[in-house]
Design a protein around this ligand. Structure first.
Ligand SMILES: NC(=O)c1ccc[n+]([C@@H]2O[C@H](COP(=O)([O-])OP(=O)(O)OC[C@H]3O[C@@H](n4cnc5c(N)ncnc54)[C@H](OP(=O)(O)O)[C@@H]3O)[C@@H](O)[C@H]2O)c1
Length: 300
């Protein structure tokens, strides 16, 4: 039995779908059974649990041999780092009290650093805590910068006619489509060929800058001279909190952007076939960004 946290999300849904397609026994975890029902229709067991609740999570992990673990984000959390650590505690307890022997954990590039990486520091803690569980086999998937992070640009383009954010315009980022992360995690769970503590970076199809992303998006949506402007932190924080993000999370995003911009947070592995994934930013834009752009009206 495999247990999958965040099964309705970007990466977990791909993990669940892939394992079910291979006729594996799967228990999908989420906060709402209704949202999990599409997996139940395909033979999965659904388990309702909040990942901050160690007792519920321990029951969710019961009798499973392997798990896909992640720290589900709560952008509105007033203390985002504390929220991450609360979920890490619950995951650790759930593993310790269940028979789980293998865990694929969703981490990030930059999780080697203990601090100054914004939300990624919480993933460092997750990796460290999992490493201390006796006899557990862990694969920490250190994913690149999600292509989905560019989706909030839909609203910015509609309202200001440009792309904007805290990251330097010409910084080369290992941008990755979340579906490729899910596919790699599912493959590792099917093979279970990792032992002890392992990390694996996943760096997307190629490195890409926000300026290049703007050119690709612009071409796809019919604004050929669309550009990207790096904004001062105060303005970014104001924009993000207006969109409903907590001040705590907005501050962490700025810390992460600084860390990316000054090179503190960077991929450690050279790019190889093993850490390169198939989906290009052009494909992501065509299949995900453009439909989101077409579906979203200009805000007032
Ligand atoms: N953004 C990046 O560039 C980047 C890069 C590397 C790593 N990461 C990491 O990737 C992770 C997010 O992965 P993802 O995008 O696959 O996740 P996601 O899609 O944001 O969320 C996964 C699911 O978690 C569930 N969830 C939310 N809060 C929960 C809670 N308290 N208890 C139980 N379930 C809860 C939600 O489903 P329900 O509503 O159905 O419960 C949601 O669909 C984060 O830890 C992030 O730090 C991000």
């Amino acid at each position: 039995m495999y247990v999958i946290l965040g099964a309705t999300g970007h990466t977990g849904s791909i993990v669940a779908d892939t394992l079910l397609a291979k006729n594996q026994k799967v228990r999908v975890v989420g906060r709402n059974k209704e949202r999990l029902s599409r997996f139940v229709a395909r033979g999965a067991e659904a388990f309702e649990a909040d990942a901050t609740d160690p007792n519920a999570l321990s029951r969710a992990f019961g009798r499973a041999k392997a798990a896909y673990a992640l720290l589900p984000p709560d952008m509105g959390s007033t203390d985002y780092r504390a929220h991450q650590d609360e979920i890490t505690n619950a995951i650790v307890r759930a593993i310790e009290t269940s028979g789980v022997t293998h865990v694929v954990a969703l981490s990030s590039f930059g999780a080697d650093k203990p601090e100054k990486t914004g939300p990624v520091a919480g993933l460092h803690v997750l990796e460290q805590r999992l490493a201390k569980i006796p006899k557990l086999n862990v694969l920490n998937v250190r994913a690149g910068y999600f292509m989905e992070n560019t989706l909030p640009q839909v609203g910015i383009i509609k309202n200001f006619g440009m792309m904007a954010g805290p990251v330097s315009a010409d910084l080369r980022l290992p941008m990755i489509a979340t579906r490729d992360i899910g596919a790699a995690a599912a493959e590792a769970l099917l093979k279970l060929d990792f032992s002890g503590q392992q990390t694996k970076e996943l760096l997307g199809q190629r490195d890409i800058t926000y300026l290049e992303a703007a050119r690709i998006v612009g071409t796809a949506i019919g604004i050929p001279n669309l550009t990207y402007i790096q904004m001062p932190p105060e303005q970014v924080i104001q924009g993000m909190t207006q969109m409903g993000m907590s001040k705590s999370m907005a501050a962490l995003i700025i810390e992460m952007a600084d860390s990316l911009n000054n090179g503190h947070m960077r991929a450690l592995e050279p790019r190889t076939a093993a850490n390169t994934t198939p989906t290009s930013y052009e494909e992501f834009v065509k299949e995900v960004f453009v439909p989101a752009y077409k579906g979203q009206a200009r805000s007032a």
